[in-house]
Every structure is written in structure tokens, then in C-alpha cells.
Design a binder for this molecule. Sequence first.
Ligand code: CP
Ligand code: NVA
Length: 303
Amino acid sequence: MDNFLSIKDCSVEQLNELLKLSVDLKRFYKAGRQDLCLQGKTLALLFEKASLRTRISFQVAMTDLGGSSIYIKPEDIGGIGKREPVKDIARVLSRYVHGIMARTFEHDTIVRLTEYSDVPVINALSDWSHPCQAMADVLTILEHCGKLEGLKVAYVGDGNNVARSLAFVCAKMNMKLAIASPEGYQLDTDSIQIANNICPDTVVQTNDPKKAVAGANVVYTDTWTSMGQEDEKEKRAKDFKAFQVNAELMANAPADAKIMHCLPAYRGYEITDEMAESKNSVIFDQAENRLHFQRALLKRLLS
Ligand code: CP
Ligand code: NVA
């Protein structure tokens, strides 16, 4: 594995190896030990969008592993692809750092960085996918449910970057994913096809959230308005009204179904405060696991 751009491009063995390493390193660090495998290594973090979890967990992970990181906002370098082409940024950074992590609007920007970079590139969220999130998600599910294979995840909300990576990881891990989205906001059929080609019948789509959560081990949601879609916020709030994770919806799920959200959560929109704070919610374990997965990924790619 030279880069980490999409779950669909990783083998099941690679993903399982990363999961195992995440579990091992989590245990290791919780025991107060350190693995300084990235001493002398630097990671560049390119961010076109805001971030709490991804930025901090990558920076802490680099520090934990003995390395360092440099946070770069677009304005620091005159814009990504504006002051100079993406291909030049990739080649220049490759002469200074040992890895590039990028959060961009267009997925193609990350693909271009990868094409021209001599060092590993990590997708830290694009409009198309969020693979690091999906890996932290399955790590969390594994910890709370004791297994992955055969579990049913219900995703209620926008068929977006997070839903797409979830579809790919469910296919790779032999899990089922029921996605309930309003008309016009469904995950594209190509992505569903990719997931179902990896593992038949992984993803089913419905317009009925109640149907999606029936029998689900996990109920997952994400914002109705992703970064870059702020102008559509009002329309989306109306269109998604019937797709909120609330007590009424959860009454249709098994009593022990876990509630997940990649965060940030917009309470009163895609999830109620009551559900985000309920005993079924594992959202902060999920957020913590971003760090544990990130450490494993960096060790695997940069050491
Ligand atoms: N879930 C997630 O990626 O959070 P940030 O946008 O805060 O990084
Ligand atoms: N779908 C959201 C995820 C944020 C972590 C977005 O792209 O803004």
C-alpha cells in the first residue's frame, strides 16, 4: 500500500491488517508505551476545509510516533492549484516531507497530488469519500459488537462522501448496509454497484428510514449539509425532515442498536440531542478511534 485514497482500492487483507494494527497500537498507547517509528519523519497536512477530529488526530498521531507535522491552509500557499498547479505542489512537498495528507473539495485534487507525489498521499476527506472515517467506524463497531461480518448498518441521511466510504468498507468487511435517503439525495448507483461488485447484496437503498433501521446493529447518520453545500442548507433541512435519527425512529431498531455519527453533529437536524447523548450512542468512542486508526495508517505508510 503506497497511498490511502479509497477503501475500494485496498484489499481485504490490507484493511484487516490496518484494523489489527489500530487495535494493537491503541492497547500499546493506553498502557503508556510509545512506538517512535516515525522519528525524523514529517507529514504535511493540506486542508481546504475546516476540521477538528481529522487535523488534531493526525497531528497527535505524528507526535505520538516520534514525528512531526505541518498544517497548511490554502491561503498559506496562495490556494491549492491557484498560485501554482497541484502537480507542482505535490513535487515540491515530496522534496521536504515524508507524507502528504489532504482534505479537499474535489476528489480529483487528491488524485492529482498522488499522481505527482513521490511520498504517500492520504485522503483526509474529499467531496467523494472519507476513508479514514470509515476505518475508524469499523474499528468502533468491532469494539462494540465484537465482530463485523454479518452485521447490519443502517445509514439514515445524505448519500454523501461518508455514506460512500461506509458502503465500500461494509462490502470489504462482509457487512450489510441499508441506506435511507430522500429522493434526489441517494448514493449514486455507480458507487452502489462498486460495493455490490465487491460483495453481492451489500447495499440496499430505501426511502423509508424505519425499514432501514429494522434489525440494524448500528444506526449511522451524518450532516444533511456537507462542507461546500452551505447555500443549500435551508432546502436540505426541509427535504431531509423525515430522515432524522430520533427516539421515534430508534423505536423501530433493536433496543441495543448503536448510534454513530462521524461528527460534527447538528443537533435538531440529522440527530436529536437525546439520541446523540443516549446510552446507545458511541459517537465519542468513534471520534477517539480516528486517532487510533490514524496512528496505524501512518506507521504502515511512513515507517
Ligand atoms: N469526522 C471528521 O472528519 O471530523 P472533522 O471534519 O472535524 O475532521
Ligand atoms: N459529509 C461531511 C463530513 C464531515 C466530516 C462533510 O463533507 O462536510
